[in-house]
Design a protein around this ligand. Sequence first.
Ligand code: ADP
Ligand code: MG
Length: 300
Amino acid sequence: MSIEVNNITKLYGTQKALNNVSFNINAGEIVGFLGPNGAGKSTMMKIITCYIPPTSGSAKVCGFDIHEQSMEVRKQIGYLPEHNPLYLDMYVKEFLEFVGGIHKLPNIKSRVAEMIELTGLQVEQKKKIGALSKGYRQRVGLAQAIIHDPKVLIMDEPTTGLDPNQLEEIRGLIKTLGKEKTVMLSTHIMQEVEAICDRVIIINKGEIVADDTTETLQKNTSKQIITVEFDKAVSKNSLKTINGVKEVNQLEGNAWQLISEGDNDIRKEVFDYAVQNKLSVLTLNKEEQKLEDVFKKLTK
Ligand code: ADP
Ligand code: MG
């Protein structure tokens, strides 16, 4: 197990930021820690990375305890904090060499060159960090997080504030890094999880409200909502006999809402039903409920 979190509670004064949170992350997983602003994501990450202690509860990273072995825990982790704090007056190379020095790495120069190549910083490597675009600063943040080759990579909202091109590039980079490491990233954007993560832990108001593979969550929660209007009246019970229909709601007049679970398209069945019952279909419209809607529902 890469990360084990057991019954963590965190109070800031009287405010509860985390309430008895537990979860595990296996080696090699890319897990999205998803929740709206103020849910407790950054607090959880700061506790796992030993920046702040929990009020109660415990956590282990690669078997090392955050209370008893915090130096070991830090060695296992690469951390990209929220807002990516960097020294803007330092040059890219200078900064990465400085970070390499903190980690007491041997062969700092060659390791920095490797990081620059891996994160695609070659063209900007001679610049001051302050002169870089947000996307390139994020690459510097990632380079500093992995320079000591940690097993676990923890990133707090790594793509916030990036433009669509930068977003694509940084997501690609995170995926590449995720092949070798355990990754936990926080985000308040559902699509981010769909694009990058194998698994999602949804947190709201300091509590876990869902924890599943992205695929399962998508499958179990996806719904097709068909709106259909016929030229004549039909009964609710006869609509319920249409194959795949799980729920029927009457709208105005001869318009109905038919709901099916999963991702099977029941429009053909609806047409066949109309033909068999000598009805004309005046309108037919299909909507899908996506993971996005589930997130909204769980965190409202
Ligand atoms: P997220 O990262 O999900 O947006 P945070 O972990 O930053 O959430 O915050 C969780 C809750 O704890 C919020 O209500 C926030 O206002 C509060 N909080 C965070 N840091 C502090 C702090 N240093 N002092 C007091 N309250 C804090
Ligand atoms: Mg945060």
